[in-house]
Design a protein around this ligand. Structure first.
Ligand SMILES: [Zn+2]
Length: 507
């Protein structure tokens, strides 16, 4: 197969995955049959195809072409692995979609139970729901484990890499170990501030010390019901449409972005964007469950949807579909974290001054917690994938998460709270990049950049690049040398107090 044919077939495969995934994730179809889709593109998994891409990659010295081919090679290798484990992975998705948990004498869809838990005000009942959920999670772990063991075998035995971490280091062009070292340093530097703020928070909200709390208690206080009056469900879509309109983006005329906000019992509780074509057919899916989370989710996903929906059709497949996902996550955070902005909160949610102060303290605490949570996930995932057998990793999960986050973490989550290919690092890089971009937008277009059509035009120009530039290079467009955690530290220190922002550490 020629390189151009490989490229075309790989794009068709991604389109087919999008078309299969959307109705399942949206709760329109119980089963997920990615196995059939992937198997119908088995031609992409041959040694010859992989060799053709590798040869082309090694033959070029042009940095852009090299990056393009590295992304294509990554796509082929991940496709190869995905195809091999697709039946087990489908079984995991189908089981989670079909299983129920018994709560309060009623059977509830497993996927719905997460929302139920984060809305439950009674701590003991939350614990009961969690226990019922753990049952299902433990069962599904058998399949998750089989899938991960198979992935590890393929990486080592079939593809000849020394291990999972080395494989993804090369594919994603990110030194995960080095990056994790920086994140661990950040956690160390901010540990005292974190413990103080977390305790204050759990005492205020739950009347208990942080060490008494479980992860699901934090999920509950993050849900922040008390702010619900400012985040009415009936204004959810209008707020999105108005926010975009102020940037000069008319969402209603964008026929390539399809909004799916309808509530369905088996709809994925995690909001997502999936493309069937980039940029021509992009689905934005949110399962509203009430309150601020819905606003954060819809804005987050709209950042992805606008990024993919504005990507230039002139770009090759690799730069429209593949690349560094920290970039699309950064644009998602740029929209989502408007919910931290005093001006935006006043304008769109009519939040009074005193509530804004309280709300910002809360929202920045959530950001701080999440940044530490993903840093902890990266630390754990590196150890999960590097340290031999999967036996005993349940305890490692609890140990690492509890050391950094203080709150209790159920060991059963040791495989489900893991994203493939160190995706957690994309979120971390994206938060760092978001703070850099926000600082730039405020400098160029004013503190109310979100009301500037010029800022919208600028974002469209950057979105048109798709993912042709990795985060390290894209931040140069915003006037930085590279990724710099300094602006994020400034953001956190400004609201949470603590030590004044220190000079930026390159990340
Ligand atoms: Zn995202």
């Amino acid at each position: 197969m020629q390189l151009e044919q490989i490229r075309q077939l790989a794009e068709e495969r991604n389109q087919a995955i999008g078309r299969e995934y959307y109705p399942h994730g949206a709760g329109l179809k119980d089963t997920l049959d990615l196995a059939s889709v992937l198997n119908s593109y088995a031609a992409l998994n041959s040694r010859d195809v992989i060799q053709t891409v590798m040869d082309a990659l090694h033959a070029t010295n042009d940095p852009t072409e090299k990056r393009q081919l590295a992304y294509l090679l990554g796509d082929c290798l991940e496709g190869y692995i995905q195809t091999a484990v697709s039946e087990v992975d489908d079984a995991v998705a189908t089981a989670e979609s079909q299983r129920t948990v018994h709560v309060d004498g009623k059977d509830v869809a497993f996927r719905q139970s997460a929302a139920l838990m984060s809305n439950e005000t009674d701590r003991l009942k939350r614990l009961e729901i969690e226990a019922a959920r753990r049952h299902v999670i433990r069962d599904v772990n058998v399949q998750r484990r089989a899938s991960l063991e198979c992935v590890r075998r393929l990486i080592k035995e079939d593809l000849g890499y020394p291990g999972y971490t080395a494989f993804y280091h090369e594919l994603k062009q990110v030194d995960f170990r080095g990056f994790s070292g920086l994140m661990q340093q950040f956690m160390k530097d901010t540990h005292d501030l974190y413990v103080r703020r977390l305790n204050e928070w759990t005492q205020e909200e739950l009347g208990v010390a942080a060490t008494e709390c479980y992860r699901h208690d934090i999920t509950f206080i993050m849900r922040a019901v008390k702010f619900d009056p400012y985040f009415p469900e009936e204004r959810l879509k209008t707020t999105l449409v108005n926010t975009m309109a102020n940037l000069g983006i008319d969402l209603r005329s964008q026929s390539n972005i399809i909004l799916d906000l309808e509530k369905r019992p088996t709809k994925s509780p995690r909001a997502f964007v999936v493309a069937a074509q980039v940029p021509q057919e992009v689905y934005l899916v949110v399962q509203p469950r009430g309150g601020r989370d819905d606003y954060a989710a819809i804005l987050h996903e709209s950042g992805h949807a606008e990024h993919f929906g504005n990507t230039s059709t002139n770009l090759p497949y690799e730069f429209r579909w593949l690349g560094d996902y920290s970039v699309t996550e950064c644009f998602a955070f740029t929209m989502e974290l408007l919910t931290l902005d005093e001006g935006w909160l006043k304008q769109h949610l009519h939040m009074p001054e005193d509530v804004i102060k309280e709300y910002q303290k809360y929202a920045y605490t959530v950001l701080f917690y999440l940044f530490r949570r993903y840093s902890s996930k990266l630390e754990y995932e590196l150890r999960l994938h590097d340290e031999g057998d999967l036996e005993g990793k349940e305890h490692l999960y609890s140990e690492v998460m509890e050391k950094n986050l203080i709150v209790k973490h159920s060991a059963e989550l040791y495989l489900s709270d893991v994203d493939p290919g160190f995706y957690c690092a994309n979120y971390l890089r994206a938060w760092i990049m978001w703070a850099q971009l926000r600082k730039y937008l405020r400098k160029e277009f004013g503190t109310e950049w979100f009301n500037s059509q010029a800022a919208g035009a600028y974002l469209k120009k950057v979105w048109a690049l798709g993912q042709s530039l990795p985060a390290e290079l894209l931040v140069k467009e915003f006037g930085y040398e590279g990724l710099d955690i300094g602006p994020l530290k400034e953001e956190l220190a400004a609201v949470l107090g603590g030590a004044p922002a220190v000079a930026g550490v390159d990340a």
